[in-house]
Write a protein that binds this ligand. Structure first.
Ligand code: SF4
Length: 444
């Protein structure tokens, strides 16, 4: 899809540029030392854009220091400030970094006031050559929009179009847009609707793709690959982030794979495909376990999401430690099929987990807690369980979770049922037990 060219420092997004890969630091931005060192690692791992959270004005100064330190080392990767809630912070950050991500759901509830705030931000961005990402998430749609369109992909598209119209009114086009959701079906539909609408209007902004709160491990990778590849295969998407609740450096090989594959620099290891009605039998000769997982997700995710196929069987081989492993009737093949069916929302064989990747707002060990929650709740098939890094954005972002474990900081946790807090300030060492107790009570 042809789009406007957006520039963030040395990076071009959209136009004829390849798909740019990005990630986000999970350090506290105020910890300049740790943030610089993580940015160095992410740069080495191939990040083409690096985002850092900026929760307060004080951290705009830290951001400035981080940028100066990186530039002094010759690392010129553009930095993105991730700003929620405060247009003033966004304005201050726009003078420091190459791109600012705003969440429109966090701007003033009064539409006129939000317009004024945005116009000021745009002026600053114009003066400094800063790009903006309008990053709308499924979980943070405002009441006004959901009352009109429900909590739907259409509502996401309509909400973001209001902001894109404001960009046009302000004659500002250095803008990238995202419409993330953790539900792959919602995410893909929302981006398709937006791409279509922008094309109809004749002003096509580049798109930043991502499946938000995708979780970790194989499940997180498969879910991200399904959502992102479905769109990239249709020519939709100009920059991507694979969000994993892991070391952010782990996101980059998956993102690189997706960018290379849809930039036609890499081909699937599938060697044969038999179709029998809506069932596919796919044979692979994959060079590694990771390639098998990604190739399989990209080859079949979209077809399952779009219900072109109902079933898929995985056969063939992959290489591990120099040995060729057969997939014929193997548990691993059955597991990958189960994971793919779940990621494409066709069949649920385990609970659905929503876990944010964590960022500078996270005040506890999100990765190990998430693993523990997964271990203790593995029997709750079909339930949607969220594990979120912070109380500021977590509850809003966990979209349609049935239950939520939300870190408050200071060793405390809030337990949520849907969007409602059931109990606040639960000590961390009791929180998983409490969560399970509430779930059991509900089941009784
Ligand atoms: S929900 Fe997670 S990723 Fe989002 S701001 Fe909070 S800690 Fe950061």
């Amino acid at each position: 899809m042809e789009t406007i060219r957006v520039t963030a420092g040395k990076v071009t997004i959209g136009g004829d540029a390849p798909v740019i890969i990005q990630t986000m630091c999970n350090t506290h931005t105020s910890d300049v030392e740790a943030s610089v060192s993580q940015c160095e690692r992410l740069y080495e791992a191939g990040a083409e854009l690096i985002r850092l959270t900026v929760p307060s004005m004080a951290q705009v100064d830290s951001l400035k220091e981080i940028k100066e330190r990186l530039r002094a080392e010759g690392i010129d990767t553009p930095l993105v400030a991730d700003v929620h809630f405060s247009s003033e912070i966004a304005i201050a950050a726009a003078e420091v970094v190459e791109k600012v991500r705003i969440n429109p759901g966090n701007f003033h509830k009064d539409h006129e006031k939000a317009r004024e705030q945005f116009a000021r931000l745009v002026e600053l961005c114009k003066a400094n050559g800063t790009a903006i990402r309008i990053g709308l998430n499924h979980g943070s749609l405002g009441d006004r929009i959901t009352n009109m369109y429900g909590n739907t992909p259409l509502a996401m598209k309509e909400a973001v179009m209001e902001w894109l119209n404001m960009c046009v009114e302000n004659d500002f086009y250095n803008v990238v847009v995202s419409l993330k959701a953790s539900n792959t079906f919602v995410m893909v539909e929302a981006y398709r609707l937006l791409a279509n609408e922008m094309q109809k209007k004749g002003v096509v902004f580049p798109l930043h793709l991502g499946v938000t709160e995708a979780g970790n491990g194989d499940g997180g990778r498969i879910k991200s690959a399904v959502g992102i590849s479905a769109l990239l295969s249709e020519g939709i998407g100009n920059t991507i982030r694979v969000s994993l609740t892991e070391d952010p450096a782990n996101e980059l090989p998956v993102a690189r794979y997706l960018s290379d594959r849809y930039g036609r620099r890499l081909h699937s290891s599938m060697v044969s495909l038999k179709l029998n009605g809506k069932k596919a039998v796919a044979e692979y000769a994959a060079p590694s376990r990771e390639r098998l997982l990604l190739d399989f997700s990209c080859d079949f995710g979209k077809r399952l999401l779009d219900k072109e196929l109902d079933e898929v069987e995985l056969t063939g081989t992959y290489i591990e430690n120099g040995e060729e492993i057969s997939l014929e009737g193997s548990e691993y093949a059955a597991y990958l099929v189960d994971e793919l069916m779940q990621a494409a929302r066709r069949r649920f064989y385990r609970p659905e987990y929503i876990a944010c990747p964590g960022c500078g707002r996270t005040m506890y060990n999100l990765e190990s807690t998430f693993e523990e929650v997964k271990r203790r709740t593995a029997h709750l098939k079909g339930m949607v369980i969220a594990v979120m890094g912070c109380i500021v954005n977590g509850p809003g972002e966990m979209a349609d979770a049935d239950w939520g474990y939300v870190g408050e900081g200071n060793g405390k946790v809030s337990i949520y049922k849907g969007k409602e807090p059931l109990e606040r300030h639960v000590p961390e060492n009791e929180a998983i037990d409490k969560l399970l107790k509430y779930i059991e009570q509900e089941a009784d």
